[in-house]
Design a binder for this molecule. Structure first.
Ligand SMILES: [Zn+2]
Length: 903
């Protein structure tokens, strides 16, 4: 709880002073642990891995520039044994080499080092890890032959390059890196730059890569193994997709997409991609996502490889969006890098926004922005969603987009929804406020001014201000330097005046420090149905709301007023009764973006206890019948949330019946079978509905899924790849032991990444506690890649309805599970398992567990989990009677209606 108290005090201090806006980038003022009087300029690193012992030997020469006279050198090293060190050719005694718990390597020098150029050489040894930290290994079965193989990969962000070689491992210490590695003769090695030379030596070959341009240490990459690739060119840039032998051809889609995206970015940024090659590398394990290493991007293989025979349309969309995100980083993050981790959002918020913008540009049929509105299953999606960010940002445990980072652990926990998704939403709002062309002009200025250097957020705002002539820094400060976001309350007056009031929007958070924002508002007056078409395409009116109170005038009394047009703004709107009635009457005139925005805001108001549950369901029932993907998915998301909250309660069955009655008509309309040339949105909607109705225990859907699964077993072609995740999941959920075994065998046998995932997801979804106990121990085996294995337990906690069993298992096996987790997972894993509980007693249990077992760096994650348990517990108590009343009221009304019609 200490964290929470400290946090609230921090908020008060922000409130009481004007924004302590940060300064433009300056090397000497950048935070960090390392002294800035010695700066590395060129590294030459040689690594010799020992695959049998899972260790490596290394040596390096680093050219240094001493900016003033020093008596010691301080750099980073972690889990490396330093065997020897010398400065300017003079060997240092081993006694002056010190490594410490702060991940620092200190070399005391025999005499003062003069200012100017020097050369440091080091010899060292290190470990090849199981989890995706530093240099790591992956065991996998080769495609086709099924032979057991091993390969190597690296993951250095945020602070793990220091596990590979001693270095100034803070982003501001840009340097040129030249890597040499000794590997078996039949292996292919990949790094940031092309191979410069290769020669046979005893025991293998020595591969020397060209030196990189000046960049941050965390962007280094080294991958080696029995690999294949396919390649193409885009202008001067060589493009490759690299995968383990037999899988490269599955990168065809990614290779084509890469060429398309590269061209778009070359144009958008106004700076051509600066390296001679760009490799997209598929790894069969190690981590779950992707990493933007400059010139050599790594992906968990299902995020890159696509098999048209067994992959679903969703997978294709995922791949495109992840590619677009990581490639945006080649400029935003790699060419220009945030000075310190407190500005991580400059990398991640920007890449998320740019990736979605590019994906939407080339694939309008995917409804990218619309679907980004919704919280997604983190196991399947890139996880870019405005709503997910807003949900977290409404709680007491949120933080500003820009937050102080002091330690390595804090750097790692900065990779969260606020950094990625709120950052993205804010940029989208800003772009629509400044205009697309002006915004792009600002971005071009920013890149041109700062390439091969570091920046702070202030540098970006300055560039955008110059391009737009607007005080961007002033508008932005409220959104990036303070936590949370506003709700705008709308009150209609008699004389065409509408008064607006802003206040902070919170959920499960009382005693809230009052904050204000400069809100770039948009609004539209809705026409009568006949005029709807005339209004389409009109640009919405805008108003920069700079105070607590504001107003809009001359709104005709009989017209509905909709704020936050298209839902592009990062704020909620609360309408008074009159405005709400007018809106309900004008739903037919609203586009799907605005309907989704209304649904999301209304659900949020219910969560925040600003409105009754009936408000949401009244809106749902008044919506015109539709098969719009994003609109139906918003409703599915809410129904699913309520369904999970009601597990074990007497209201659940009644609720499930009601929820099915809301969803079934849509599935009946679109049918089970895809029409030829169907829009992808329709295909996605079908699988969302099948999964949702399966979860809601719809007997017809469950039976249909079982039939289709049986048919699949004898003839896999009979079940379309798009339907497989949904059908497998529903079959797994209600599986008996023999079905569970069948799914397991299927998962063990298949070499298709996606089919394997479908099978193990289905195992994790089983609700029979006997089967839950069979699924969990799979996480300790090597049946799944490490990152997938640890995720299996989380999936059980969420899907099986038995978070207690998942936690019992994880608590007993925590050490083995954490050994499979990468740097980002270490602090979050245990607390995240608690977020599926909705009983207060679990909060106490988590507190005790955290006190005895978790490092201080987990405090933020623990606080978030405690808040979530508390919220769910309170919400459940509040929701159940309201839900009963709503459904009973409806049933009564229906009975009365049918009595009337029978007479
Ligand atoms: Zn990223």
């Amino acid at each position: 709880m200490r964290f929470l108290v400290v946090f609230l005090m921090a908020e008060f201090s922000i409130m009481s002073s004007a924004f302590a806006s940060e300064k433009p980038f300056s090397f000497k003022d950048t935070p960090g642990k390392l002294p800035k009087d010695v700066v590395p300029t060129d590294y030459s690193v040689r690594i010799v891995p020992d695959i049998d012992k899972l260790t490596f030997a290394g040596s390096e020469t680093v050219k240094l520039n001493a900016r003033r006279r020093v008596r010691q050198l301080v750099l980073n090293a972690l889990e490396l044994k330093i065997e020897a060190a010398s400065i300017d050719g003079k060997e240092l005694p081993v006694s002056v080499i010190k490594t410490d718990a702060n991940e620092l390597l200190t070399l005391a020098l025999p005499s003062e080092l003069a200012t100017g150029e020097h050369t440091l050489t080091l010899r060292f040894t290190g470990k090849i890890n199981e989890q995706g930290q530093g240099l790591f290994y992956m065991r996998y079965r080769e495609q086709g032959t099924g032979a057991r193989k091993i390969m190597l990969g690296s993951q250095f962000e945020a602070t793990d390059a220091r596990r590979f070689f001693p270095c100034w491992d803070e982003p501001v210490f840009r340097a040129r890196f030249q890597l040499t590695a000794v590997i078996p003769e039949n292996w292919l090695a990949v790094s940031n730059m092309p191979v410069e030379s290769e020669k046979k030596i005893a025991g293998g070959k020595e591969v020397r890569f060209a030196a990189t341009p000046p960049m941050s240490s965390y962007l280094n990459v080294f991958v080696a193994g029995e690999l294949d690739f396919i390649e193409s060119r885009s202008g001067p840039t060589q493009l490759r997709v690299i995968a383990t032998k037999g899988k490269a051809e599955m990168g065809r889609y990614a290779l084509q997409a890469t060429a398309q995206i590269l061209q778009y970015y070359n144009d958008y940024f106004g700076v051509a991609y600066p390296l001679p090659k760009l490799d997209q590398i598929a790894l069969p394990g190690g981590f779950g996502g992707a990493m933007e290493n400059w010139g050599g991007i790594t992906y968990y293989e299902s995020k890159l490889l696509f098999d048209p025979k067994s992959s679903s349309a969703e997978t294709k969309q995922d791949i495109y969006e992840v590619l677009a995100h990581e490639m945006a980083h080649q400029w935003f993050g790699d060419l220009v890098t945030m000075a310190w981790w407190d500005n991580l959002w400059l990398n991640e918020g920007f890449a998320s926004w740019m990736g979605s913008k590019c994906t939407a540009h080339f694939n309008p049929q995917w409804e990218v922005w619309l679907r980004r509105e919704l919280p997604r299953d983190p196991s399947r999606r890139v996880g870019i969603a405005k709503e997910a960010a807003m949900e977290g940002d409404a709680r007491s445990t949120t933080h500003p987009i820009q937050q102080p980072v002091a330690t390595e652990a804090e750097a790692n926990s900065a990779f969260d929804d606020i950094t990625y998704k709120k950052g993205q939403s804010f940029l989208r709002m800003l772009e629509s406020f400044l205009g697309e062309d002006v915004f792009r002009e600002g971005i071009r200025r920013y890149l041109a001014a700062h390439m091969y250097s570091n920046t702070t957020t202030a540098d970006l705002w300055n560039a955008l201000s110059k391009a737009s002539g607007k005080p961007v820094g002033e508008i932005a400060a409220g959104w990036t330097e303070q936590p949370g976001f506003p709700v705008v309350k709308v009150k209609r007056g008699q004389d065409g005046n509408v008064s607006l009031t802003q206040e902070r929007f919170t959920v499960n958070f009382t005693k809230v420090p009052p904050l204000e924002w400069k809100i770039p508002l948009t609004y539209a007056v809705l026409g009568l149905p006949a005029e709807a078409s005339a209004q389409a395409g009109e640009t919405p009116a805008t108003l920069l709301m700079t105070r607590k109170l504001d107003s809009i005038h001359n709104i005709p009394a009989d017209r509905a007023l909709k704020l936050n047009v298209n839902g592009a703004g990062n704020y909620r709107v609360e309408y008074d009764e009159l405005s709400w009635e007018l809106l309900l009457g004008a739903l037919k005139n609203l586009g799907v973006e605005d309907r989704v925005n209304l649904l999301s805001d209304t659900w949020a108001l219910v969560q925040a206890n600003r409105g009754p549950l009936a408000l949401y369901f009244e809106l749902v029932e008044k919506l015109p019948a539709s098969t719009e993907l994003a609109e139906r998915e918003q409703i599915i998301h809410v129904l699913d949330f309520i369904n999970r909250l009601l597990i074990g309660s007497s209201e659940q069955e009644k609720f499930q019946r009601y929820a099915r009655s809301l969803l079934r008509p849509t599935l009946d309309t679109i049918g089970w079978e895809a029409k030829p040339n169907e829009q992808p949105a329709r295909t996605n909607l079908r699988s969302s509905l099948i999964t949702a109705l399966g979860n809601l225990n719809d007997p017809k859907i469950v039976a249909s899924c079982r039939e289709r699964f049986e048919a699949f077993l004898t003839n896999p072609e009979s079940l379309a790849p798009d339907l497989r995740p949904a059908v497998f999941s529903v079959v797994g959920r209600y599986a008996d032991e023999s079905t569970w075994n069948e799914l397991h065998q299927l998962g063990l046998k298949t070499t298709s990444i996606e089919e394997k995932q479908n099978c193990y997801d289905a195992l994790a979804d089983a609700i029979d506690p006997k089967l839950v106990k069979k699924t969990l121990p799979i996480a300790l085996t090597d049946e799944l890649p490490t990152s997938r294995a640890v995720f299996l337990v989380l999936r059980v906690a969420r899907e099986s309805g038995h978070p207690d069993l998942a936690w019992d298992f994880a608590g007993a096996n925590m050490k083995a599970l954490l050994a499979k987790t990468d740097a980002l997972g270490a602090n979050t894993y245990a607390p995240s398992l608690f977020t599926f509980f909705s009983h207060d007693s679990r909060a106490q249990e988590l507190k005790t567990y955290a006190k005895n077992n978790l490092p201080a760096a987990s405090a933020a994650q623990v606080a978030k989990a405690l808040d979530e348990i508390q919220f769910r517990s309170e919400f459940k108590k509040r929701l159940a009677p309201q839900l009963s009343a709503w459904i009973d009221g409806k049933n009564l009304a229906e009975r009365q209606e049918s009595r009337l019609t029978h007479h």
